[in-house]
Design a protein around this ligand. Structure first.
Ligand code: FRU
Length: 496
């Protein structure tokens, strides 16, 4: 093991334990210590889910990228394993960037990742982005001596040798491995390249999977590609998006492109696309196929432009989303928290046909670790209410909210009054056309420092980080007009 990895492991063992259990989310993964961004190598291996992540243990800000590592049997209770990689080789000296994991034929686990390799271009010192592998047993990984396995000599005409990252390895029905990688073509936007291999070690360029052609942002980062309910889905996270109605917002976004894919020719026919999450904080999602056939997705519950929402002085920064089962329904991507969350539900509170006008609290409905479903309808369908809202993480001064305006068919998440002192995005809206009649179902998942709202049984999701002091734990309801509410609320607790 290199000194650099050894040092990271010693540091995390010493300081990780200093973070109190109540200072982290209960069931959302945070870094062992320090900084976390993208999920990496999300996989099921030797009977456990593995999650690696972009990691800088020494401070709560992005820096020299390592890979952190955690395992779980149910995707909600995670056990930290020691850091799996540090940037300690000439082919990754500028950082071990994002990538994926796959089991190879001899039963070992292969990590494929982007390395920042020092080089020179036009007389300037630069880091070329190259694709490397490391092979291991689920705990320790050895970087391959012949890295990089894909370098700039294997790029197609016009593809940039600096923006070339985030390999995701998948397996075709033929047994061949395909690696898809984000790339920047000459038009300055993004594209996804495909490489092929028989053993996941020796790679050859195959073809372009898809070109952005400056439609959705610029460079496309962190691709994932898989079959789901008869279609093929490409998930990718574009940088520098322009807002497009309420579908796509500015900055770093997420896109799901659906279509058909011919595994023999490599042709992908695009059919439609949508945002993956409509909230403030969701980026770079990866999926895993669970042993029971479910496709499960986890994203980074953070946005690059909004990192200042978290105080620099904290011992950790960055968290993952709740694991979400995804499926296709009516041509759309649907999501719901994995069913394993139900094992953590305690202290059920229900309310049926509750008439709501003005402000209201409900006995037993409070807390910061909560799974709550709220079904709202107008009291009189001829006279639809104007606004319905749920406030949470609330005390006398602070709150965050999710609110619905049926006449505009817009749902909004808002953390303006959460205690943040930064001039960054604090609210975002999405369209919920099908709820124009005032009927809407919201499943709200709170886990100390986040809120994720699943709309109409998972047709849309809005996620955001909420870093209000944990003592602010009230929940209240508000209606401008008259609504009727059914509610089921559970506390989420770790103990069985
Ligand atoms: C996305 C990203 C990746 C890159 C990593 C570096 O959030 O920019 O493209 O591999 O972060 O930490």
């Amino acid at each position: 093991m290199s000194d650099k990895l050894q040092k990271a492991r010693e540091y995390e063992a010493e300081y990780g334990g200093k973070i109190g259990a109540l200072d982290r989310p209960l069931f959302h993964l945070t870094p062992y210590v320090g900084w976390m961004n993208d999920p990496n190598g999300f996989s099921y291996y030797k009977g456990k889910y593995h999650m690696f992540y972009q990691y800088y243990p020494y401070e709560s800000r992005w820096n020299d990228m390592h890979w952190g590592h955690a395992v779980s049997s149910d995707l909600l209770t995670w056990e930290y394993l020691p850091a799996s990689m540090a940037p300690d080789m000439p082919f990754d000296e500028g950082g071990c960037f994002s990538g994926s994991a796959v089991e190879i034929s001899d039963g070992r686990q292969l990590l494929m990742y982007t390395g920042l390799q020092a080089g020179e271009k036009d007389g300037r010192k630069v880091h070329f982005q190259v694709q490397n592998i490391a092979i291991g047993d689920g705990l320790n990984y050895e970087k391959y001596e012949n890295n990089p396995v894909i370098d700039k000599s294997m790029l197609p005409e016009g593809a940039d040798d600096i923006d070339f990252r985030d390999p995701k390895v998948i397996r075709l029905k033929s047994g061949e491995y395909v690696c898809i990688v984000g790339s920047r073509p000459e038009d300055g936007s993004g594209q996804i390249l495909m490489y092929k291999s028989a053993d996941a070690i020796h790679w050859k360029y195959w073809k372009k999977l898809i070109e952005n052609k400056n439609r959705y942002g610029k460079m496309w980062e962190c691709p994932d590609f898989f079959e789901l309910d008869g279609k093929w889905l490409l998930l990718t996270s574009p940088q520098d998006m322009l807002a497009d109605g309420l579908e796509y917002h500015n900055g770093n976004g997420t896109v799901c492109v659906m279509g058909s894919f011919d595994e023999n020719t490599g042709d992908f026919k695009e059919e439609r696309n949508q945002a993956i999450d409509y909230g403030i904080d969701f980026y770079a999602p990866q999926t895993v196929l669970a042993p029971d056939g479910r496709r499960i997705m986890i994203g980074w519950l953070q946005n690059w432009d909004g990192c200042a929402v978290r105080d620099q002085g904290e011992l950790w920064a960055g968290q993952m989303s709740v694991p979400r089962e995804i499926w296709l329904q009516n041509g759309r991507l649907y999501q719901k928290p994995v069913k394993e969350l139900e094992n953590y539900r305690k202290d059920k509170v229900t309310a049926d046909n509750l008439e709501l006008s003005g402000e209201m609290t409900i006995p037993g409905v409070s807390g910061r670790c909560v799974d709550m479903e709220v079904v709202v309808r107008p009291k009189n369908p001829e006279n639809i209410y104007h606004k319905f809202a749920v406030n949470f993480a609330e005390d006398e001064k602070r709150y965050s909210s999710v609110s619905f305006r049926p006449h505009e068919a817009t749902l909004k998440v808002d953390r303006k009054y959460s205690g943040s002192r930064r001039a960054i995005v604090h609210q975002r809206r999405c369209l919920v056309e099908e709820s124009k009649n005032g009927e809407i179902r919201l499943r709200i998942i709170l886990d100390r420092f986040s809120a994720e709202v699943f709309v109409n049984d998972g047709a849309k999701v809005m996620s955001m980080g909420v870093y209000t002091d944990i003592t602010a734990d009230e929940i209240s309801f508000y209606c401008d007009g008259e609504a009727v509410v059914d509610l089921v609320k559970y506390d989420i607790k770790a103990s069985k």
